[in-house]
Design a protein around this ligand. Structure first.
Ligand code: ADP
Ligand code: PAZ
Length: 322
């Protein structure tokens, strides 16, 4: 296994990551007060089990402190750059990428981080954008014959996504992104997300850590992660993610799919066994191959890898050495 794409040690027996087991990590919160309560957690929990307060205190609180320190560090770098330039340039948003498989818990992690970072003194304005807004509309996916490849790198307007993040990091006052609806299973024609120089922007999506594309002349372009100040990869065993995917699908069946406006409304009448089979079929045809071929190989590019157990608790953290 190559050390470039993986998180293990190199041939020299060293690793680019510091490995921290959960108890060690938990101590790094020091005596910061627990900033979230049960009402916050109710709101932040997706379709899964309730997020648990111990998890927030032991894992996400130290993580939010680390990120806060990195934001401050970036502020110092900005100041020394201004000193060097002899002019007062404006600071750009601190951009955090959150990547990992479908159903691994990226959006839950991103939402928790958003709420926690908001509570730190220098970063009240934290915005969250998901990369699904940059999926090509279904009409375009059909035209290209890749409707069954949603989530694969080629299903995105990669140039548009790169332009979006590069404009945010250029300090533009207002940057707009399209929006995706899981209900209609398509890009919303009349909706957009407007990003106005937040303190922090979290960009969450399957492929945020994908390497630069190779152009037809053989040279490499820019990667999205070239514009990230920090990146997190949410990791778990593939079998566990499959279980979470199926479980979430079963919940959606009696929830969102029951809405006649849902693209997947036809699934709402399936029996339990039929629904499980359908979810497994989608997982094995689309999401698992995408994880194996495109998402997992980007894990070693992250600055922090969070590894989850079957119950969603984070048991290990790999933090890139500086
Ligand atoms: N920390 C957690 N505790 C409990 N359930 C979780 C946690 N993280 C994710 N889940 C559940 O796992 C499923 C997948 O999470 P989600 O954040 O929707 O994944 P993704 O955005 O990666 O597709 C959801 O049903 C979600 O509620
Ligand atoms: C919308 C997604 C591609 C994820 O988008 P992301 O925000 O991670 O870029 C994924 O959640 C999804 O719906 N995949 C499609 C699999 C299917 O056709 O059901």
């Amino acid at each position: 296994m190559s050390w470039v794409t993986d998180t293990r040690v190199t041939d020299n027996g060293v690793s680019p990551f510091i490995e921290l087991e959960r108890p060690t990590w938990a101590r790094l919160a020091h005596s910061i007060e627990q900033p979230l309560d049960m009402d916050d957690l109710d709101r932040l929990s997706g379709l899964g089990e309730q997020l648990n307060l111990a998890e927030i205190r032991e894992v996400y609180l130290p993580l939010s402190r680390l990120l806060y320190l990195y934001v401050q560090g970036a502020g110092h770098l900005h100041q020394v750059t201004n000193t060097f330039l002899g002019e007062e340039t404006q600071r750009t948003p601190f951009v955090i990428g959150v990547g990992g498989s479908v159903a691994v818990g990226k959006s839950t992690t991103a939402r928790v981080l958003q709420e926690m970072l908001r509570r730190w003194p220098d970063t009240p304005d934290v915005q969250l954008v998901t990369t699904d807004g940059f999926l090509h509309p279904n009409e375009e996916l059909k035209r290209r014959g890749i409707m069954h490849r949603k989530g694969f790198p080629e299903s995105y307007d990669r140039r548009g996504l790169l332009r979006f993040v590069s404009e945010v990091k250029s300090g533009a006052d207002e940057v707009r992104a399209p929006m995706y609806s899981h209900l209609t299973y398509n890009i919303l024609p009349d909706a957009e997300v407007v990003v106005r120089r937040p303190d922090v922007l979290i960009v969450e999506g399957l492929n945020v850590l994908a390497p630069a594309r190779i152009r037809s002349n053989g040279t490499a372009g820019l990667a999205l992660s070239d514009f990230f100040d920090f990146s997190v990869y949410v990791d778990a065993r593939t079998q566990d993610i499959e279980d979470w995917y199926v479980r979430r699908f079963m919940k959606l069946r009696s929830g969102a799919f029951a809405d006649p406006a849902s693209y997947f409304h036809r699934y709402s009448t399936l029996t339990d066994d039929e629904a499980r089979e359908t979810a497994l079929d989608i997982w094995h045809r689309i999401n698992e191959p995408n994880l194996r071929e495109n998402v997992l190989p980007t894990r070693g590019r992250a600055q922090l890898v969070l590894t989850k157990d079957a119950d969603h608790s984070i048991r290990r953290m790999l933090l890139r050495k500086i």
